[in-house]
Ligand binder design. Structure first.
Ligand code: FAS
Ligand code: PHB
Length: 394
């Protein structure tokens, strides 16, 4: 098979890239090792920055998002038993975020790709990338017991943290930066009304908690748990009881509990690969970087990587220019490191670090107290949370 761009991975990165390239008349085939239902079943991100909303509109898949997504102009920070609202809309001159689950973004992109009759090969096994240091890269894979080959001009590694593309980059050409946090997030999805109309980020001596949502009838909650915890240890009742212990009296009274429809523990890490380009192979999204989900940046960073990459590939074909692909990595990394810094800082501020002792909690509470009483402090949180503009220059 021959295509212009071979995309590895049918998560949000791969699907959005395929859609933006298709809109520009560029042919791409997506290879995905799982089934479409499996990809949709992974419950992950929930908050979209304006830049991501605009990109989904540009890709022609924003209609349901605008119908069903929830526009949020702020969120609460709860510490020392009291809640304080960060008014993002006021502090950023009118910017908001949209609460719309990654599952729904993925579904919208999948539907658009199927409607356009574009090729996504699911359950593609043993995908391997070849000759990406030449102008004739290739991808091989197995499907239905047969070996297949795709020749292409570019390979887009949209295959996530555990994918094959980054792993195939020459070790001498790659630098990886990693910080693993000593805890995980136990997440529960439930068909219960959200405890509050906006998100609540909780700093509690018992550990971090987050009250999020997917709609007016579906909620998403997280608890910081030790890395040694297994999801089987946590009954639904145990989850709700612990969440209540971390909430303020008003939220505790309003919380509607119910059976979990999804329950999982995600590890937290900060991770960046440099560079993101290896000849004709490019890494985008989780394939190139991971952020702790505290700052709601993972999916949004993936979207902006894909915007830069699609622009670069379109420029290659339409303007016969390689300047976009030559600057891809540097442009992405400037934005990635800003998001990594905010995600690390917000994680360090909101989670319980027993190794820091009682003074650690006191210092966190003092910083939170400063933030909610300082317009400059609150604005710093707000402008990072709503997301930096696509090209913030400096
Ligand atoms: P993805 O990992 O979503 O997709 C990669 C795709 O490539 C997958 O479908 C995989 O099956 C496929 N693939 C992998 N190897 C392959 C191979 N060899 N051949 C073919 N296909 C292959 N972000 C937030 O903002 N908020 C959150 O709360 C949040 N929670 C998360 C929880 C978990 C457990 C994880 C892992 C991530 C979470 N994230 C969160 C981040 C997440 O939303 C990512 O940023 C987002 O999925 C990035 O999308 P992709 O880059 O497409 O990677
Ligand atoms: C979510 O709704 O899944 C979510 C929201 C905000 C975060 C992380 C996850 O920071």
């Amino acid at each position: 098979m021959r295509t212009q761009v071979a995309i590895i991975g049918a998560g949000p990165s791969g699907l959005l890239l395929g859609q933006l390239l298709h809109k520009a008349g560029i042919d791409a085939v997506i290879l995905e090792r799982q089934t479409g239902d499996y990809v949709l079943g992974r419950i992950r991100a929930g908050v979209l920055e304006q830049v991501t909303i605009d990109l989904l509109d540009e890709a022609g898949v924003g209609q349901r998002m605008h119908q069903e997504g929830l526009v949020h102009g702020g969120f609460d920070m709860l510490f020392k038993g009291e809640r304080h609202r960060i008014d993002m809309n006021k502090l950023t001159g009118g910017k908001n975020v949209m609460v719309y689950g990654q599952t729904e973004v993925t579904r919208d992109l999948m539907d658009a790709r199927a409607t356009a009759g574009l090729t996504t090969i699911y359950e593609a096994a043993n995908v391997a990338v070849h000759d990406f240091d030449s102008a004739k890269p290739r991808v091989t894979y197995e499907k239905d017991g047969k070996q297949h080959e795709i020749t292409c001009d570019f390979i887009a590694g949209c295959d996530g943290f555990h994918g094959v593309c980054r792993a195939s980059a020459p070790r001498s050409a790659i630098k990886e930066f990693e910080k693993v946090y000593p805890f995980g997030w136990l997440g529960v999805l439930s068909d219960t009304p959200p405890v509050h109309e906006e998100l609540i980020y909780v700093n509690s001596p018992r550990g971090f908690a987050l009250c999020s949502q997917r709609s007016e009838t579906r909620s998403r909650y997280y608890l910081q748990v030790p890395l040694t915890d297994k999801v089987e240890q946590w009954s639904d009742q145990a989850f709700w009881d612990e969440l209540k212990l971390r909430l303020d009296p008003e939220a505790r009274a309003k919380l509607v509990t119910g059976p979990s429809i999804e329950k999982s523990i995600a590890p937290l890490r900060s991770f960046v690969t440099e560079p993101l380009r290896f000849g004709r192979m490019f890494l985008a999204g989780d394939a190139g970087h991971i952020v702790p989900p505290t700052g709601a940046k993972g999916l949004n960073l993936a979207a902006t990587d894909v915007k830069y990459l699609s622009n670069a590939i379109i420029e290659f074909y339409q303007d016969k220019s390689e300047s976009g692909i030559d600057s891809y990595s540097e442009r992405c990394l400037k934005r990635i490191w800003r998001a990594e810094r905010f995600s690390w800082w917000f994680t360090s501020l909101m989670h319980n670090f027993p190794e820091n002792g009682a003074i650690g909690q006191k210092l966190q509470e003092a910083e939170l107290d400063y933030i909610i009483h300082s317009e400059a402090g609150a604005r710093s949180v707000a402008e990072n949370y709503v997301g930096l503009p696509l090209d913030f220059g400096h």
